[in-house]
Ligand binder design. Structure first.
Ligand code: COA
Length: 355
């Protein structure tokens, strides 16, 4: 047993071999199912990327993911979700709503059901939260277009749909993130895929993982204009708070997904984009001055906030939208973990009193 595991967050400890994605934190490179994230986001829809990650996890080709049938099945459940749609937090709502899916024991079928259900449940929660009736899915639309329409109650233009699709592809998988590890631990006990997904939603909820983009938008609002950025950021650090959207456990350079999302948002009108760039520049400079030995650059959440805001989603829906995509990655990891077939059960070091 190493000391490292007990004193830290398992930094650098390899817990699995995976064919799903690879993060090179030194060079700022992310490969998903054999393609660089930049290329995958430019050339694939969410459904195509989901098919690829699931095939990678399954180690064999699978029929293409077409979420329309599963969105329709999930819609049938909406009237029975009850209190789940009344919860204040979207991640709590998604976690509770996913509990209404019945695991069949066929992992691929369960993965398709969860992938199709997530946009329907999150959109229904968001509509109810805004005081509107949920909107039924449209089988003629793709995943991103229908998610946006069900969320907003109106169809958006191609540019917005394309930007959201690029986002959903970009965050579909990211090696051994905390939520992915959670899903693999649950799968390793031979529990069902739906349980693994629900556990992963709980892990993703925290602001150190997927809960940051809402707070990033709050930060941009609080800064207000580029000239205020430096003073505002210094105030945050003086108060002992972290700058949301900055820093990463693995990347020692700018998160490559930040650039993909910054590019994807450009065709949209986003009054926040110039402000975000100014705040990022100021934060990078200040954090470098404060911590010259620890490179702290923008992570994926920084431009997630700008992009999801520009496509029209409310900030409360940002973290659940991350889950709408990552469910495909978690499912792929469950499939891959099944083939390992060994219980994940690490050790601890007892430091309490002895009898
Ligand atoms: N703002 C200010 N300081 C930060 C920082 C941030 N965003 N991220 C890291 N640091 C500082 C830490 O305070 C720590 O300083 P110390 O050595 O004086 O205690 C040092 O940098 C190293 O940080 P550490 O906690 O070891 O990094 P980590 O690998 O555990 O953290 C994150 C990674 C993502 C949790 C962290 O960077 C963070 O909290 N970022 C903000 C939240 C966020 O954007 N989350 C989304 C992640 S995709």
């Amino acid at each position: 047993m190493t000391n490292q595991a007990s004193s830290s967050g398992l930094d650098g400890v390899v817990v699995a071999d995976t064919a799903i994605s690879e993060v090179d934190g030194e060079r700022g490179r992310l490969v998903i199912a054999g393609d660089d994230v930049e290329r995958l986001a430019e050339t694939s829809t969410f459904e195509q990327a989901a098919t690829r990650v699931l095939a990678a996890g399954n180690d064999s080709a699978i029929p293409p993911i077409d979420s329309a049938e599963y969105r329709a099945a999930a819609w049938e459940l909406v009237p029975r979700l009850g209190d789940a749609l009344e919860l204040a937090d979207g991640m709590d709502a998604l976690r509770t709503a996913l509990g209404h899916l019945r695991a069949t024991g066929d992992d691929l079928a369960d993965a398709r059901a969860a992938i199709g259900a997530a946009p329907v449940f999150v959109a229904a929660w968001s509509r109810r939260r805004a005081g509107h009736a949920p909107v039924a899915p449209d089988p003629a639309l793709g995943h991103a277009a229908d998610y946006l329409r069900m969320s907003l109650g109106v169809s958006r233009d191609t540019a917005a749909i394309r930007a959201l699709d690029a986002y959903l592809v970009t965050v579909i998988d990211h090696a051994m993130s905390a939520s992915t590890f959670t899903s693999r631990v649950i799968a390793s006990t031979a529990s069902d895929l739906i349980s693994a997904i629900i556990g992963a939603v709980g892990a993703l909820k925290g602001p150190l993982h997927g809960g940051a983009p809402g707070p990033v938008l709050d930060m941009l609002d609080a800064v207000g204009e580029p000239s205020h950025a430096e003073a505002w950021l210094l105030g945050e650090l003086e108060a002992g708070r972290r700058i949301m959207g900055m820093g990463h456990r693995v990347y020692r350079v700018r998160d490559p997904r930040a650039a993909v999302l910054e590019t994807a948002v450009r065709p949209l009108t986003s009054p926040r984009l110039p402000l975000a760039r100014a705040v990022e520049a100021a934060a990078t400079k200040i954090l470098h001055e404060r911590k010259p030995d620890r490179p702290l650059a923008a992570n994926v959440e920084f431009y997630t906030a700008v992009l999801l805001d520009a496509v029209g989603l409310p900030r409360e829906q940002f973290a659940p939208t991350f889950a709408v995509s990552r469910i495909a990655g978690w499912s792929a990891h469950v499939l891959e973990q099944r083939r390992v077939g060994r219980l994940i059960r690490p050790a601890s070091r007892y430091v309490g009193p002895m009898p």
